[in-house]
Design a protein around this ligand. Structure first.
Ligand SMILES: Cc1cc2nc3c(=O)[nH]c(=O)nc-3n(C[C@H](O)[C@H](O)[C@H](O)COP(=O)(O)OP(=O)(O)OC[C@H]3O[C@@H](n4cnc5c(N)ncnc54)[C@H](O)[C@@H]3O)c2cc1C
Length: 215
């Protein structure tokens, strides 16, 4: 694990309060699915890496949380400003043998889609199905990075996506737990706890249920 002072290369807003921050990578090596710790002043927070393993920069996808300390400050950074970056950290990675033969079920709420973008950018031809849940259709963060046939977009507060409701409800009503699949769950703890408990009730081996809780 290393630490760097990284220049902001670019900031791209996807909605009024969610943006992609591109930072200098220096020589940081990482595995798709890992996260970095980004510091400003005396405080820091964890962010999953949104960019691919081969990209010459680091990207993170950040939701500006109301009254949040670091996300608010990150949203105000300008090109050329410096952030302190430490990492990589984490075990939410694809370290599974014969990965290409496995079916991968990715379930993300909100910005929890970040590590999945890094997965698909880094490893072509994955046999995945992504369920992405947000409140509004405007929160379809960079969905063009994914194969549209492998993506189910669920929104809780409005119509216009493929399913109105939570991703957990979509799974329970449209999909079957599959003991040959690997489950990657990322985002808010409520979704992760509910989904992991549901899969374990169906005797899915916890080894094949990978989780990354954001809050
Ligand atoms: C391993 C890991 C990876 C993470 N990756 C990401 C990421 O890729 N993108 C990202 O935006 N955040 C991510 N987070 C959350 C991030 O670290 C911060 O908690 C978040 O940015 C809020 O920090 P803050 O200082 O602005 O808010 P604080 O002042 O610390 O306030 C925290 C409050 O914000 C809420 N909150 C935290 N994260 C979110 C969120 N994403 N959406 C809505 N509400 C939230 C919590 O309920 C909490 O009450 C990750 C967290 C972990 C542990």
């Amino acid at each position: 694990m290393r630490s760097y002072n990284s220049k902001v290369l670019n900031k791209r807003f996807l909605t009024d309060n969610t943006f992609v921050l591109r930072l200098e990578r220096h020589d940081m090596a990482f595995h798709a699915g890992q996260y970095i710790v980004v510091g400003l002043g005396n405080d820091s927070r964890e962010y999953s890496i949104y960019s691919g393993e081969e990209d010459p920069y680091l990207e993170i996808l950040v939701r500006r949380v109301e009254k949040g300390n670091i996300s608010e400050k990150l949203s105000r950074l300008k090109e050329g400003d410096i952030a302190h970056v430490e990492g990589p950290y984490g075990f939410f990675v694809m370290n599974i043998e014969k990965l290409q033969e496995k079916k991968l079920i990715f379930m993300a709420t909100g910005t929890g889609i970040a590590p999945f973008r890094s997965f698909v950018k880094s490893k072509p031809n994955l046999n995945y199905q992504l369920l992405h849940g947000t409140r509004y259709t405007s929160e379809a963060y960079d969905h063009d990075a994914f194969d549209p046939e492998r993506l189910i977009f669920c929104t809780t507060r409005e119509n216009g996506s493929q399913y109105q409701g939570r991703i957990t409800d979509y799974f329970k009503t449209h999909m079957q737990p599959d003991e040959n699949a690997i489950y990657y769950l990322c985002g808010n703890s409520q979704m992760i706890e509910e989904m992991a408990a549901y899969l374990e009730d169906y005797d899915i081996d916890p080894f094949y249920i990978r989780t990354e809780e954001f809050f």
